[in-house]
Design a protein around this ligand. Structure first.
Ligand code: SF4
Length: 146
């Protein structure tokens, strides 16, 4: 069932507010766009997204003029540009891309430091009729079909 536009608009605004709140937290992290964490096959780790995050990522991906993920066989994130090797949606990258394991950026956030933000994303997921966090490629692909 399609979720109505107003509900989605509000949900995306709330996801952006969560990302903005994360950026204000006094936790030192320094992503320098190494993109190592975007190579899921190499790291063995894939970010999981709630539905609001996936819808925001899909919207940002569509804004690049693309409708489908590029073909790739290296196991990297489908939103890593195949030629420039840059994230195509960096400003709207999911929570996991901002908080997970990159040692060069300072390692993973302690869960206790961001648990309230995770709960907010879970609440948005529930409000949108999602069924919890899913691995990034499938989550965004499903959001692109909405
Ligand atoms: S969404 Fe962007 S930052 Fe996150 S894994 Fe994909 S390319 Fe990397």
């Amino acid at each position: 069932m399609k979720t109505d536009r107003e509900k989605i608009r509000r949900a995306l605004a709330e996801v952006r507010a969560v990302y903005a709140e994360l950026a204000r937290r006094p936790i030192e992290r320094n992503c320098t766009l190494l993109t190592e964490c975007c190579h899921f096959k190499l790291t063995g780790l894939t970010p999981y997204l709630t539905k609001g995050e996936a819808l925001l990522a899909a919207k940002a991906f569509r804004a690049t003029g693309r409708k489908q993920f590029p073909e790739r066989t290296d196991g990297a994130c489908p939103m890593l540009h195949p030629e420039t090797a840059r994230c195509m949606i960096y400003e709207y990258r999911p929570f996991g891309c901002r908080t997970h394991f990159c040692p060069a950026a300072g390692g993973p956030y302690a869960r206790r430091d961001v648990l309230d933000l995770i709960r907010r994303l879970e609440a948005i997921d529930a409000a949108l009729g999602g069924d919890g966090a899913r691995a990034l490629p499938g989550a965004v692909e499903a959001a692109l079909r909405e």
